[in-house]
Design a protein around this ligand. Structure first.
Ligand code: FMN
Length: 253
């Protein structure tokens, strides 16, 4: 088994690494940004994916990865882990369906409620203790789910028509368009930006650059929130107007 993930603030990475180590101490997880991931995928017949749900769908960068490498998925067994702040309906099922189109066989799914990565929306923020509890609960769910997968009775969260209806009417019908293309909406507060270049380093899309000692963003943002959560001067925003709380899994473990 191999783990494959995309992760903005570390939740999905943490989840799939734990899943892999519980399943088998030799199993490893790779980011889709890691060149070695492709070889690992080719060599494994069971792939566990993990990713953050965005508006009840898959981040654009992950969708593109799946379609850019569509020849890889034929006959692979796939298990989908969707991490989310609150709700996704069919967060696991939506990637399962995309992979199935390319010949994969979805065997199960897991939904994990974890700290919300959207740093600039006050309504989504929870107290630190609550986020720590969510991570503990997620760990417990992962262990149970691994045991069920090993026993041949995998969890199927987010898979099936009722979950699909919930994902569509709960979110995608209204917000799904936001992930159809990369975003050009990332904003830089040039008064606060100190031009340190951290955003440029962490961006998985090459969307950030430093020009004249200030960060500038382009139109290729996959909304992972890495840069917003790491900016030392809270100079970046995307969905909201002001950074409320910067997050990262290391704060909540
Ligand atoms: C642009 C964006 C949209 C999101 N949409 C949803 C959503 O529809 N439902 C939900 O429960 N969480 C949503 N979230 C929260 C993330 O899915 C959640 O925090 C996830 O665990 C982050 O994982 P990561 O740390 O691996 O990036 C969204 C986050 C972002 C950045």
């Amino acid at each position: 088994m191999v783990g494959i993930y995309f992760s903005g603030t570390g939740n999905s990475k943490y989840a799939v690494e734990l899943f892999c180590s519980e399943y088998n101490k030799d199993s490893r997880a790779y980011s889709i940004e890691d060149d070695e991931a492709l070889t690992a995928i080719k060599e494994s017949d069971l792939i566990v994916f993990a990713y953050p749900v965005q508006f009840s769908t898959i981040p654009k960068i992950l969708r593109d990865y799946i379609t850019d490498h569509k020849a890889l998925w034929m006959n692979k067994k796939v298990f989908l882990i969707a991490t989310m702040g609150l709700f996704s309906g069919d967060g696991a099922g939506i990637l399962g369906r995309l992979l199935k189109k390319h010949g994969a066989k979805p065997v199960g799914g897991l939904h994990l409620k974890m700290p919300d990565s959207i740093a600039d929306e006050k309504a989504l923020k929870r107290p630190l203790q609550k986020n720590k509890e969510l991570v503990k609960q997620a760990e417990q769910k992962i262990k149970e789910s691994v045991n069920r997968l090993k026993a041949g009775n995998p969890t199927k969260e987010g898979m099936g028509p009722l979950y699909r209806l919930a994902g569509f009417f709960g979110q995608r019908a209204y917000f799904g368009h936001k992930t159809k293309a990369y975003s050009s909406k990332l904003k830089v507060d040039t008064d606060s930006c100190i031009g340190c270049g951290k955003c440029e380093k962490v961006c998985p899309m090459g969307n950030m650059a430093i020009k004249d000692k200030k960060a500038v963003s382009s139109d290729r943002c996959t909304m992972c929130y890495r840069c917003i959560n790491i900016c030392p001067n809270q100079a970046l925003t995307l969905l909201g107007k002001r950074v409320v709380e910067q997050c990262g899994i290391e704060k909540y473990r």
